[in-house]
Design a protein around this ligand. Structure first.
Ligand code: SF4
Length: 288
């Protein structure tokens, strides 16, 4: 699987799709953007959220914990956390020091513990112990911003949403979809290019590509299957052999981030914390 995907990434892939130096019309950009989405769908038919979760509460907690760390590190931390505090009521009643100690591996553990205690109490007191399925309710929870709310809505409630994290923002700019830096402006720009029905899966595909191929510091342009459609081709390594060595996760023959990946994931599951896996290591210290 990984190999055939990489083989598709011939350097040759430069064609007339992007003409350097020539201004591109809005229509041509939208067509090219939608083609990128289709190609990413072929490349990552198994794209999915890379946080392990069983229900909306677990996804909400895992997403809050994922700030400034890797999904792998969160996935290695949450099994103990969810076993001890399976419901908002349980978590709201946690001893802060005990909670902090459990989530310590995810970093910023004091602030994150405060958010988890606050949002659990708010779920218990204001929402009957259930995670609400509306953006305007979710963003009232402590530690929950628009990005976290969109992740929860898209993946636990099936509400279409664009999740602009560091990977999505970087790739949207490299693809020439927008020049905006502000995540909300990126979200609005991308929402104007794609139909709503595509938003959630588009988000997963773009983030998958950012984590595996189009890295922040060393994009693997020479091994990138969508090079022909990318105006930023050449920002990274263009030598096919050197670029292939930069590929990560299943494309690089390495474990993924989920301890319990969904059916259809072609790579290996991540190892539990302390099981010998290099937690959070994905080659160049980039947030996974
Ligand atoms: S910058 Fe390079 S790696 Fe990223 S999408 Fe464009 S061609 Fe691919």
């Amino acid at each position: 699987m990984a190999e055939s995907n990489v083989r598709k990434a011939a350097p040759a892939a430069r064609t007339a799709a992007v003409k350097p130096g020539k201004p591109e019309s809005r229509l041509a950009m939208v067509r090219r953007a939608r083609k990128i989405n289709r190609e990413l769908a072929e490349l990552y038919p198994y794209a999915h959220p890379e946080l392990d979760f069983e229900n909306p509460f677990e996804l909400l907690v895992a997403t809050v914990l994922s700030a400034q760390t890797t999904d792998l590190r969160v996935n290695q931390t949450t099994p103990v956390l969810f076993a001890k505090y399976p419901t908002p009521e349980d978590m709201a009643a946690a001893e802060p020091e005990v909670l902090e100690e459990i989530i310590r591996p995810t970093g910023f553990f004091r602030a994150k513990a405060r958010s988890l205690l606050g949002l659990s109490a708010a779920l218990r007191d204001n929402f009957g112990g259930e995670v609400p399925g509306r953006l305007e309710d979710l963003v009232t929870l402590p530690g929950v911003g628009r990005k976290t709310a969109n992740v929860v809505l898209g993946n636990a409630f099936g509400v279409p949403g664009i999740t602009v994290d560091t990977h999505f923002g970087r790739l949207a700019r490299r693809f020439g979809w927008t020049a905006e830096e502000d995540p909300e402006k990126v979200e609005a720009a991308v929402a104007g290019i794609f139909p709503k029905s595509e938003w959630t899966m588009l988000s997963h595909r773009v983030v998958f590509h950012g984590r595996r191929v189009c890295h922040s510091r060393k994009p693997a342009c020479g091994a990138c299957p969508i090079a022909a459609l990318c105006p930023s081709y050449g920002e990274g390594e263009t030598d096919p052999e050197k670029a292939a060595k930069l590929l990560k996760y299943e494309l690089g023959g390495q474990p993924g981030q989920r301890l319990r990946p969904p059916a259809g994931y072609p790579g290996q599951a991540a190892a539990a914390l302390g099981a010998g896996a290099a937690a959070g290591a994905n080659g160049d210290g980039e947030l996974g």
